[in-house]
Ligand binder design. Structure first.
Ligand SMILES: [Zn+2]
Length: 363
């Protein structure tokens, strides 16, 4: 009797557990289908608002020359998700073409390494960019984790070349990376990864002492974006969606527009041969920026060695004195940031000092 009672209870309990599990499963299924894959940026969803935004940003982008590089393509189509239906080369191209469209609509001039699924060698991408007359280089990629079984990792990252103590490092590339990263990760609703506080990374993190060759060999300010991970189980669905690719392009476009809106100092050489002495050289540069120059940001290098200088806040003139100058060739590099924190584009001045100590100045 007592035993039967327990059996009855146990049977009833089993039925309850079954009902609970079924309801839990069905609830899970409904929740899964209700998760939005992406959201519409408020300045993109409505076409009239989108066009107004493009017109607003054209003030900062008109005439700008930008080189876009959709990564991989042609013979290089090996990076894909596990199912094999999300191919990185294709996603990169879709995003780049939508970005090109937005930039051109705002008056920028765009060069691109490929318009379709063609093979372009890595070294050729830098050569194309360097010869294009473009001001900046933006390479577009999607990422994969080191372990193939990892379908969890996902974040947006923007890379710039090299470490801060490296002479080749150009802080303006880091500035561009910051602006793109902020707006791209925001529209994608992606995190920025745990290896950085703002989602920007030196390419030395991946290849210590070398960085990415496409960034190292490109002489104009350059960034490489890893928009997301095509191996992530949710991201792979979004990346194959044309509308989502347009939203990604919108994020990069907005980042670039805001970067140029924040401006950057322009540096020009002031020739002043009267200041040339027997064994010392005084050279001056004019620093120009509508927001003002941050004097603490200024750095001067002569043949890779950092040197002291004088900066006059009123006239924005930077003066460099070099003592005990021997005949030879000197490369002077000047870096300055404006009050929005944006750094000047790479500025180098070559000076030839002859035996008679009449410096020949070259651009
Ligand atoms: Zn790639």
């Amino acid at each position: 009797m007592r035993k039967e009672f327990y059996i009855n209870i146990s049977k009833k309990f089993s039925v309850l557990v079954l009902i609970f599990l079924l309801s839990a499963c069905s609830r899970t299924t409904i929740i899964t289908y209700n998760i939005p894959l992406y959201e519409y940026p408020s300045d993109w969803k409505d076409i009239a608002v989108r066009e107004k935004t493009i017109a607003e940003y054209s003030k900062y982008l008109i005439g700008r020359k930008i080189f876009l590089d959709p990564g991989h393509g042609g013979d290089d189509r090996k990076n894909k998700n596990k199912k094999g239906d999300v191919i990185e080369a294709d996603v990169n191209l879709h995003v780049a073409l939508y970005l090109k469209k937005n930039l051109e609509a705002s008056g920028a001039k765009v060069n691109i390494s490929r318009m379709k699924d063609t093979t372009i060698a890595l070294a050729d991408r830098s050569v194309l960019a360097n010869n294009s007359g473009a001001e900046i280089f933006v390479s577009i990629h999607h990422n994969a984790p080191a372990k193939t079984e990892d379908d969890y990792t996902n974040y947006t990252a923007a890379y710039y070349h090299a470490g801060e103590n490296n002479y080749e490092f150009e802080p303006c590339s880091h500035d561009i990376a910051k602006y793109i990263e902020r707006d791209l990760s925001y529209v994608m609703r992606n995190p920025i990864g745990l290896g950085s506080f703002d989602g920007t990374y030196s390419d030395y993190n991946i290849y210590p002492g070398e960085g990415f060759s496409v960034l190292r060999k490109t002489i104009i300010p350059a960034v490489l974006i890893e928009c997301g991970f095509h191996t992530n189980h949710l991201e792979e669905t979004r990346l194959n969606n044309d509308e989502f690719n347009q939203i990604q392009a919108w994020g990069i476009f907005r980042g670039l527009a805001k970067y140029f809106k924040a401006g950057k100092p322009e540096i020009s050489f002031i020739q002043d041969s009267s200041k040339v002495g027997n064994n010392s050289l005084k050279i001056s540069f004019a620093l120009k920026d509508s927001t003002g120059i941050n004097p603490k940001s200024i750095q001067v290098f002569i043949n890779k060695e950092e040197k002291g200088f004088m900066f006059d806040n009123a006239s924005n003139v930077l003066s460099v004195n070099v003592n005990d100058v021997k005949p030879g060739e000197y490369i002077i590099r000047v870096i300055a940031a404006n009050k929005n924190g944006n750094h000047s584009f790479p500025y180098y001045k070559k000076i030839l000092v002859s035996d008679s100590f009449s410096p020949e100045l070259e651009n």
